[in-house]
Design a protein around this ligand. Structure first.
Ligand code: PHE
Length: 454
């Protein structure tokens, strides 16, 4: 495919919002709180922040540089920059990771649609915490409803993808991101003022370092990669649509900052709420879906119309945040099939939608009727999550760091990061140092330590 007929993002704001739209999603609002809860709270968050700053942002700059310089899908990018070498497998692994993530992420995205309907019909009213737990568990184990919602979500993603980069991806992100942020702030204020919320705030702010073990490190690193959409070529693919005057390091900083703020805000909603109604913080993937209806119920129960309004708005925005992420996952695989196999964009998109829907059906059923079928002791849903977030993405990040730090011509790296010398880049040496030494050693150490490779 010719280079110059590729699409581009139309504006600088569009670039940031689309990348932040990819980063901000269920990873921040659903996955971050339950990983924090599973790993003991504040200490996990500190390790997480370290991972974002010292691994995530430099690797994001590297991914941006690779993508914009090659202006191709992520697998082709490595072929262009390192022809005839096995580096192209890094890109291919990313495409596979995108496919697998979409195969379970779309299930949770589908849950948000169910919750929009529940919120709109005021069915949270009058329920107790235990009732929320049992109705959620009943819903995810149902063989039909979550599957149908997942399919609906995949179709919505599909429609935006076939509309293309600028009209579909960029326009939707420009409206949704700011609205989501404002609503999160309102909800955090409500949650911290619930009775008994103090214990939740303490859980978020008072680190207990005795809880930091290899598992916490792997969890925090995996969460950082997952939440920043890193290590699988997603941001590399988006960067291939960036303009030449896009400031890559600054965009990475902005995306990292926005993503982290949303995750922390989500924490300030979920934990005060969970402690307030006596739900254990380590409830796992169901945490968001059982605590939040409670927040609406408790904070606005006396004003039912406000409870309905705010809860519908919240789930709509959550669904939209998930949508900007599913779009980016879908785009990685679609761009790959479209450019590598000479398929039209819409045919490539149809294949991806079909494949991911099939995976999605299996992941959804694995939480109910298929519970007994496990892989390495995990349901298919948990296995996809573990394999992608904790193995494939950090491994992808490791390879991206080594590729950019050691293999890629430094002239190219410098030109991309500084826009051909037109930007001042005081931290250039530090970024290269991190890519060359810090990231490979840190990721390698965490892998060896936690997975018992040696
Ligand atoms: N970062 C997205 C989220 O937090 C998920 C995602 C991961 C998207 C990897 C693209 C690539 O929800």
């Amino acid at each position: 495919m010719a280079k110059n007929d590729r699409a581009n993002f139309g504006s600088k704001l569009g670039v940031i919002l689309a990348s932040a739209g990819s980063a901000v999603g269920l990873g921040n609002i659903w996955r971050f709180p339950y990983e924090t809860g599973n790993h003991g709270g504040a200490a996990f968050i500190l390790v997480y922040l370290g991972c974002v700053l010292f691994l995530g942002i430099p690797i994001m700059i590297a991914e941006f540089s690779i993508g914009r310089h090659s202006r191709a899908n992520t697998a082709r990018a490595y072929q262009i920059l390192a022809p005839g070498t096995p580096w192209r497998w890094v890109g291919r692994m990313g495409v596979l990771a995108g496919f697998l993530i979409l195969g379970y992420y779309s299930v949770v995205a589908g849950w948000t649609l169910e919750f929009i309907c529940e919120a709109a019909t005021n069915s949270f009213a009058g329920k107790s915490a235990t009732e929320f737990i049992s109705s959620f568990n009943g819903f995810v184990a149902n063989p039909w409803r979550p599957v149908l919602w997942m399919i609906a979500f995949m179709l919505a993603t599909h429609l935006i993808i076939v509309k293309g980069v600028e009209k579909g991806i960029e326009r939707s992100a420009k409206v949704m991101m700011p609205a989501l942020f404002i609503l999160l702030i309102i909800l955090a204020i409500c949650a911290v003022s619930l009775p008994g919320a103090g214990a939740g705030i303490e859980f978020l702010l008072k680190p207990d370092f005795s809880k930091v073990d290899g598992n916490v490190l792997l969890g925090a690193m995996g969460q950082a990669f997952f939440s920043l959409s890193l290590g699988m070529g997603c941001l590399c693919t988006y960067a291939s649509y960036f303009r030449n005057d896009t400031n890559l390091p600054r965009t990475a900083l902005n995306v990292g900052f926005i993503d982290t703020m949303v995750a922390i805000l989500a924490g300030f909603i979920i934990f005060p709420a969970a402690f307030s109604v006596g739900i254990e913080p380590d409830a796992g993937p169901s945490l968001l879906f059982i605590t939040l209806p409670n927040v609406f119920q408790q904070a606005f129960g006396s004003l039912p119309w406000l409870a309905v309004l705010l809860s519908v708005m919240f789930y709509v925005l959550l669904a939209l945040a998930a949508l900007t992420s599913t779009i980016s996952l879908h785009e990685v695989v679609t761009a790959y099939l479209h450019e590598e196999f000479n398929l039209s964009r819409s045919k490539a998109a149809r294949l991806v939608t079909l494949g991911c829907t099939i995976l999605g059906i299996f992941s959804s059923l694995s939480l109910g009727v298929g519970k007994e079928y496990t892989l390495f002791g995990m349901t298919l849903f948990d296995f996809f999550d573990f394999l992608t977030a904790k193995i494939m993405l950090p491994l992808g990040g490791l390879f991206i760091a080594v590729f950019t730090g050691w293999f890629l011509d430094k002239q190219i790296v410098w030109e991309e990061m500084s826009n051909r010398g037109t930007l001042k880049l005081p931290l250039y040496k530090a970024i290269i140092f991190i890519l060359k030494f810090v990231a490979p050693v840190a990721i390698g150490f965490i892998f060896v330590n936690e997975l018992g490779i040696i």
